[in-house]
Design a binder for this molecule. Structure first.
Ligand code: CAA
Length: 389
C-alpha cells in the first residue's frame, strides 16, 4: 500500500483503515469466493460490520453512527472492497445513499427513527431511483405517489435496487406531479414490512454477486405523509445530491478492487517463471505493472481529493459534484483496466475460478455502470466545465 505525499493521514484515519483491513482480510476474504458462487447475502459479516461502526461511518454518534469524516469512510470502504466488492457495495449504499440522504434531508424524528437504526447496523438501508424504463434519464420515471389525506398511495416498479431483497428501509424517489417533470419527483422513506411492498425479480448479475439486487414493486402501498423526505418536488435534487456522495463510495470500491488485482499481479510476476526467469522481468509484463500502479495512484488522489472536497462542504456548504464524478469516472475505468491486465498477467490462472482474479475482473465492471455510467460522469463533468447543456 502506498502513501501519497499529498494526504497525511491522522491517527484516527490510520486506526479505521487498519481495523477495516484486519476485519476484511480475516473475516471477509476467506468467504468471498463462496458467497460469489452462491450469490447468498452475507448477513453475518454485514452484521459484524455494523457492530464495528462501518455501516454509518460519517453519521454523528447521536444518530447511531461512528461520527468520523469522509476520508475515514473512503479508507475503510477501500479495505473492505480489497477483500470483497460485494460487501463493499452493501456498505457503500448503506453509508452514502441511505445515511447521507437522511443526514442531509431528514427531519429530527425521521433521523431518530430511521437513521439511527441503519447507521448503527441494526437495519439495512437502500436507495431506489432507477426503473425498468428510466436509468440514466432518471427524471422520466413512471412510478407514482398520489396524496390521499395524511398518506400517499404508491404504485409502480423500481429496478436495480442494491440490498432491495433485504433492506428494512428504502429511500424511494417517485413522481407526485408528472407534469412538472424533475420538479414533480418526491422522496419517501419506505418501510419494507408494510402491505403493498413486494420484492420483485432478483437480478442475475455478472459480478458483486453476493450483494442482493432486485426490483421492488409497490401495489397501493400507503406511506404516511410524515415519511416524506424533504418537500414535494424536491426529490430529484435530493437524488442527485445523494448520488454525488455515492459516487465517492463507488470510486473507493473501484480503488479497492484495482489494488487487490494489482497486488496479486505483482506477487505473481515475481514468483512465476517462464523461459528461465520471473515473468516480471519481461518488459511486456513489467510495463503493464508500471501502468497499473500509476493509474491506481492517480485514482487514489482523485478519490481522496473528492473525500476532502465533500468534507469541506460540511462546513462551507456548496457541492462536490465535479470532484465526485471525476473520481468515479477515473477510478472505475482504472479498475477495469487493472483487472483486465491482471487476468492477462496471470494467464490461464487468471481465467480460472481457483484464484480471485477473474472475480475482481467481473466485479470491476459494475463500477463503470451503477450510480451513473461513465458516459453520465463525462456528461456531468463536461457540463460543469463548459457551462453548456
Ligand atoms: N446536485 C444538486 N442538484 C443537481 C445535481 C447535483 N449533483 N445535478 C442536477 N441537479 C439539479 C439541477 O440543478 C436541476 O435543478 P433545476 O431544475 O432546479 O435547475 C435539476 O437537478 C435537473 O438537472 P438536469 O437538468 O441537469 O437534469 P438531467 O435530466 O439533464 O439529468 C443527469 C442530469 C446528470 C443525467 C442525471 O439524470 C443523472 O445523474 N443520471 C444518472 C442517474 C444515476 O446515476 N442512476 C443510478 C441510480 S443508483 C443505482 O445505480 C442503484 C443502486 O442501488 C446503487
Amino acid at each position: 500500500m502506498s502513501e501519497t505525499a499529498l494526504f497525511s493521514l491522522t491517527e484516527e484515519h490510520e486506526m479505521i483503515r487498519q481495523a477495516a483491513r484486519d476485519f476484511a482480510q480475516k473475516e471477509i476474504a476467506p468467504i468471498a469466493a463462496e458467497f460469489d458462487e452462491t450469490g447468498d447475502f452475507p448477513s453475518k459479516t454485514i452484521k459484524k460490520m455494523g457492530e464495528m461502526g462501518f455501516m454509518g461511518i460519517e453519521v454523528p454518534e447521536e444518530f447511531g453512527g461512528a461520527g468520523m469524516d469522509t476520508l475515514s469512510y473512503v479508507l475503510a470502504l477501500e479495505e473492505i472492497c480489497k477483500a470483497d466488492a460485494s460487501h463493499g457495495a452493501i456498505m457503500s449504499v448503506n453509508n452514502s445513499l441511505f445515511c447521507y440522504g437522511l443526514l442531509k434531508f431528514a427531519s429530527d424524528p425521521q433521523k431518530q427513527k430511521y437513521l439511527r437504526a441503519v447507521a448503527s447496523g441494526q437495519a439495512i438501508g437502500a436507495y431506489s431511483l432507477t426503473e425498468p424504463m428510466s436509468g440514466s434519464d432518471a427524471g422520466t420515471m413512471r412510478s407514482r405517489a398520489v396524496r390521499d389525506g395524511d398518506h400517499y398511495v404508491i404504485n409502480g416498479r423500481k429496478s436495480w435496487v442494491t440490498s432491495g431483497p433485504v433492506a428494512d428501509y428504502v429511500v424511494l424517489f417517485t413522481m407526485t406531479d408528472a407534469d412538472k417533470k424533475h420538479h414533480g419527483i418526491t422522496a419517501f422513506i419506505i418501510e419494507t414490512d408494510k402491505p403493498g411492498f413486494h420484492v420483485g425479480k432478483k437480478e442475475p448479475k455478472l459480478g458483486i454477486r453476493a450483494s442482493a439486487t432486485s426490483e421492488i414493486v409497490f401495489e397501493d402501498y400507503r406511506v404516511p405523509a410524515e415519511n416524506r423526505l424533504g418537500d414535494e418536488g424536491q426529490g430529484f435534487k435530493i437524488a442527485m445530491t445523494v448520488l454525488d456522495a455515492g459516487r465517492i463510495g463507488i470510486a473507493s470500491q473501484a480503488l479497492g478492487i484495482a489494488e487487490a488485482a494489482y497486488e496479486a499481479s505483482l506477487l505473481y510476476a515475481k514468483e512465476r517463471e517462464a523461459f528461465g526467469q520471473p515473468i516480471g522481468q519481461f518488459q511486456g509484463v513489467a510495463f503493464k505493472l508500471a501502468d497499473m500502479k500509476t493509474r491506481i495512484e492517480a485514482a487514489r488522489l482523485l478519490t481522496y481529493n473528492a473525500a476532502l472536497a465533500k468534507e469541506k462542504t460540511k462546513k462551507s456548504g456548496g457541492r462536490f459534484t465535479l470532484e465526485a464524478s471525476m473520481a468515479k469516472l477515473f477510478a472505475s475505468e482504472t479498475a477495469m483496466f487493472v483487472t483486465h491486465e491482471a487476468v492477462q498477467i496471470h494467464g490461464g490462472m487468471g481465467y480460472s475460478r481457483e484464484l480471485p482474479i477473474e472475480r475482481y475482473f467481473r466485479d470491476a465492471k459494475i463500477t463503470e455502470i451503477y450510480e451513473g455510467t461513465s458516459e453520465i460522469q463525462r456528461l456531468v463533468i463536461s457540463r460543469l466545465e463548459t457551462g453548456l447543456r
